[in-house]
Design a protein around this ligand. Structure first.
Ligand code: GRF
Length: 202
């Protein structure tokens, strides 16, 4: 399975995926890292790992989301990509693009979905006083942060946590669960039934 990772920033989840994919028998190969932001930190990390990078800036396309996405789609097709991992990709995707990758595009979200969809998840979790927080890898559907859940990881919220300290603890979990989820999806270990992921027992 040929995988592209889409990023907009530092790419620490991307780095975790690249690292994990080096393991023998890992069922996926990271062949492309694509950024919509020129100079995203993750691009250099990817190049250091000898992975091809492409930048397609979304800004010049303005409100024409589909034109931007067609440019991405061309690039993904050119690299014969089978699976797309969104890893801190800060751009809403149209239903058209999502449909192209139905069941083949996954995302990591820094909260235990279906709680805290959207932005500022750590601030909101602290404001609510929840005691357990975490991260979720899910399939991407047109609704944001709402697709079938593949893997979740939880952390304990501490009384003295700040959004940054809590976010750092969640990020460690993200780096563990994203490779697990990619492994499951790439090896065909899961099926989606009625919006719910189930593992296929061998
Ligand atoms: C992560 O917290 C991820 O959950 C969210 O955006 C952040 C990206 O961080 N979607 P990084 O670029 O992977 O370091």
């Amino acid at each position: 399975r040929r995988v592209a990772i889409l990023i907009s920033g530092r790419g620490s989840n991307m780095a975790a995926l690249i690292q994990a994919a080096k393991a023998p028998n890992f069922p996926a190969e990271i062949v492309l890292v694509m950024s919509n932001i020129a100079g995203a930190g993750g691009l250099e990390t990817a190049r250091d790992a000898s992975i091809e990078t492409v930048t397609i800036e979304s800004k010049p396309f303005g409100k024409d989301r589909e034109a931007f996405e067609r440019a991405m789609q061309d690039e993904l097709a050119r690299h014969n990509i089978d699976l797309v991992c969104l890893a801190g990709f800060l751009r809403l995707l149209t239903p058209w693009f999502v449909q192209q990758w139905d069941g083949r595009m996954i995302n990591i979200h820094p909260a235990l979905l279906p709680s805290y969809r959207g932005l500022h998840t750590h601030e909101r979790a602290l404001a609510d006083g929840v005691k357990i927080h975490g991260a979720t890898v899910h399939f991407v559907i047109p609704d944001v942060d709402a697709g079938p859940i593949i893997v979740q990881g939880a952390v304990t919220v501490h009384d003295n946590d700040t959004p940054d300290s809590l976010g750092a603890r969640v990020l460690q979990i993200e780096h563990r669960i994203y490779p697990q989820a990619l492994r499951m999806v790439a090896s065909g270990q899961i099926s989606v039934d009625g919006g719910i992921c189930k593992s296929i027992s061998a």
